[in-house]
Every structure is written in structure tokens, then in C-alpha cells.
Design a protein around this ligand. Structure first.
Ligand SMILES: CC(C)(COP(=O)(O)OP(=O)(O)OC[C@H]1O[C@@H](n2cnc3c(N)ncnc32)[C@H](O)[C@@H]1OP(=O)(O)O)[C@@H](O)C(=O)NCCC(=O)NCCS
Length: 226
């Protein structure tokens, strides 16, 4: 049995990533190849894949943002600059989860957990304050005629219902912070909505800045001068 590895995405993963994404979201507009190329150029550390032997079985992609600029309201397209990540801001303190998916044939085998571990490791390594994401709510369409999305999310929190994405994220230690409406309007399963979730880095050191904010210092450290 091959070992599951989470590693940085490399350009030669892109074709397989696009194929996997198309199988995960048959009804949502897929990423374009040049978007993935841009994501890797803009913030290579933030792009992770899960690999089982030769098989690419999942991905988690992130960027860094200044949360205060986005916290009131945003949608996926604006905060990720339509998937190009040109909104990535080295001055930010927040790792923003733009995407996570696992091969449908391998769900429930802790691939998603390994990818989230990779994200938490990155957040700690870069000394970022937190991870924030807006998670899809793909179970909501089944209940949409009975209740508003806010009640649906509460019922997932209370354990009355399970949602394929929010239940996973709660299990991974994220806190539910509210609903982001019209986050991905074409996401029919979630009726366009998403759950705003956050994980706070317990090791964040506020006095030293993030690693991305002090590239000169890192370069100096690597030279052994400071
Ligand atoms: C959400 C997703 C990434 C989860 O990946 P996964 O590999 O199936 O999840 P894991 O096996 O790592 O699960 C981790 C934990 O969450 C729990 N969990 C996962 N899915 C769950 C569900 N539907 N209901 C309840 N708990 C769930 C698991 O039981 C596991 O708990 P454990 O720690 O006790 O073992 C995957 O279902 C997916 O790709 N979904 C489609 C794409 C998508 O919508 N992504 C979200 C974008 S916002």
C-alpha cells in the first residue's frame, strides 16, 4: 500500500489537477490552466497536492490576504481574483483557503485531513495568525425549501444534520463564523452560499511579523548573517 504524501504542487501536476477537478465539480466552471500556472507563480508554498504512489488524489490551494479588507462580505471570484490569486498580499496575516478537494473514490480515507494538516503546518511555518475559508454547503439544497441557510448551518453545528463539507471542517477544528451569501452563485448544491470558518494558529507570535513580511531577514538568516 502506497503512503499518502502531501507536497507542494509542481507545474507537471497541472494536467492531472485539472482532470481531477473536473471529476469533482462536473457542474462548476473549472479552473483554467493559466490560473493554476499563476497560482504557482504568485504563492508556490500555498499550493499543495496529496499524492498516493503515482496518483494525484487531492489538492488544497491557498493565498495570503489582509483579512480586514475582505471580512465584511466577499465572494470567491473577488477574493481569489477569479482564481488567479493576484489578490495574494504578502503583508497579510491570514492564510485563505481557496480550494480543497479529494478524489471522489478516496473520500473518507483521511486525505482531506492530510491536506488540512498541510495547511495548518504552512500557517505555523509562516507564522500567520489564522486560516480562514468559506466552505461550500453541498447538503443545503436538500433542505433549502424547509429552512434558511443559517438554520441549516446551525443544525449541522448542533449535530442534527451532517453536511459533506461543513461537518468535515468542524471535525478538523475550524470554528463556524456565519454565512457568506452568494459566494459561488453557480454552486447549485449549496444554493450559492458558503460557511465562513476560521482556525486560529495557537503558535502565532505577534511580535515578530510573518515570514512573508520579512524576506530580507530570511535571506540574511540563510546567509548566516543575522
Ligand atoms: C470535503 C472533503 C475535502 C473531505 O475530504 P475527505 O478526504 O473525504 O475527508 P477525511 O477522510 O480526511 O475526513 C477527516 C475527518 O472528517 C470527517 N468527515 C469527513 N467527511 C465527513 C462527512 N461528510 N460527515 C461527517 N464527518 C466527515 C471524517 O470522518 C474524519 O473524521 P476522523 O478524524 O474521526 O477520522 C471531500 O469530501 C471533498 O473533496 N469534497 C468535494 C469538494 C468540496 O466540496 N470541497 C470543499 C470546498 S469548500
Amino acid at each position: 500500500m502506497s503512503k499518502l504524501i502531501v507536497r507542494s504542487t509542481i507545474p507537471s501536476d497541472i494536467d492531472r489537477l485539472l482532470r481531477l477537478q473536473a471529476s469533482v465539480y462536473p457542474n462548476i466552471t473549472p479552473w483554467q490552466r493559466d490560473h493554476l500556472v499563476q497560482q504557482l507563480e504568485v504563492f508556490p508554498q500555498g499550493q499543495l497536492v496529496a499524492v498516493l504512489g503515482e496518483r494525484l488524489v487531492g489538492c488544497a490551494s491557498s493565498l495570503v490576504i489582509l483579512w480586514d479588507e475582505w471580512s465584511d462580505e466577499h465572494n470567491w471570484s473577488d477574493i481569489t481574483a477569479a482564481g488567479t490569486f493576484s489578490t495574494h498580499n504578502q503583508a497579510g496575516f491570514t492564510l485563505y483557503g481557496a480550494e480543497v478537494f479529494v478524489d471522489p473514490r478516496l473520500r473518507g480515507k483521511r486525505v482531506g485531513h492530510a491536506l488540512y494538516e498541510g495547511r495548518r503546518r504552512l500557517c505555523r511555518d509562516l507564522n500567520l495568525r489564522r486560516i480562514i475559508a468559506c466552505g461550500r454547503l453541498p447538503g443545503y439544497h436538500i433542505h433549502a425549501s424547509e429552512m434558511p441557510v443559517e438554520l441549516y448551518a446551525k443544525k449541522v453545528l448542533w449535530g442534527d444534520l451532517t453536511d459533506p463539507v461543513l461537518s468535515f471542517q468542524l471535525r478538523e477544528g475550524f470554528r463556524y463564523c456565519g454565512i457568506m451569501k452568494n459566494y459561488i452563485p453557480e454552486d447549485d448544491e449549496s444554493c450559492g452560499h458558503a460557511a465562513l470558518i476560521a482556525w486560529v494558529n495557537p503558535d502565532f507570535k505577534p511580535d515578530v511579523g510573518t515570514l512573508l513580511q520579512r524576506p530580507a531577514k530570511i535571506a540574511d538568516n540563510q546567509k548566516g548573517t543575522a
